[in-house]
Design a protein around this ligand. Sequence first.
Ligand code: PEP
Length: 258
Amino acid sequence: MTKYMVANWKMNGSLETAHDFCQTFTRLFHAHQTDNTIVIFPPHPYLSFTNGALSGTDISLGAQDCSGASEGAFTGETSATMLADVGCSYVIIGHSERRQQHQESNTFLSDKIKCALEANLRPIFCIGESEQDFETGKTQEVLKTQLQVLNDFKGNDKLILAYEPVWAIGTGKVARLDDIENTCAFLKKELFDVYQLSSPILYGGSVKADNAKDILSLQSIGGVLVGGASLKPDEFWKISTAIVIPKKPQTSSFSPKL
Ligand code: PEP
């Protein structure tokens, strides 16, 4: 099964760095290929440019957020339909930085997922516990509350979940492999039992070229969401190919005459 390799550039870079990244990354892609699903999430102003620069590859485009409204008097917002219009197939919803900086509530996030799905975008819904919650053993309780947003989307196979412990994002502190696996196995069961979902579960939090293989080899992990290390094309390529998905055997139409 394909693994998702998600590059979240956050609010970093320029048109020039987007150009340089795509030039190097597409060269690596054409030279080596991979069956993993790679999605790049540039800042909104560089979406169209990046879409053009990735053309001719299987690399997909995503946006870092969308509005919870479909259109109208929402100055500064971008609708999911607009994102689809400029080539996006995915959108990140509920990233912890947005939850913290914009006080995004469960109701608000549910509206965003609804808009994304209506625009035919695949939402990558992010959840994760704070350091204090982790240290006081409240991880599962907190994640269960965050998952309640999915009550409105039971059985929707477009959804992707990203588990990102807040204390591991941008800090260089990676969660222990056994903690990642235990939490993601818990999430997998919860998704299936409560929400009738078999969504891929991505891990995010200080993923780098040197720890990607171990994380991607965990049984419950369907991919990685990468922030800082995704700004460097060589490093993100190493992450994207840290685990090799065997190519599907080619089916031949040749049938020998007997
Ligand atoms: C993120 O952007 O969600 C993230 C996990 O960032 P980093 O890889 O830098 O920790």
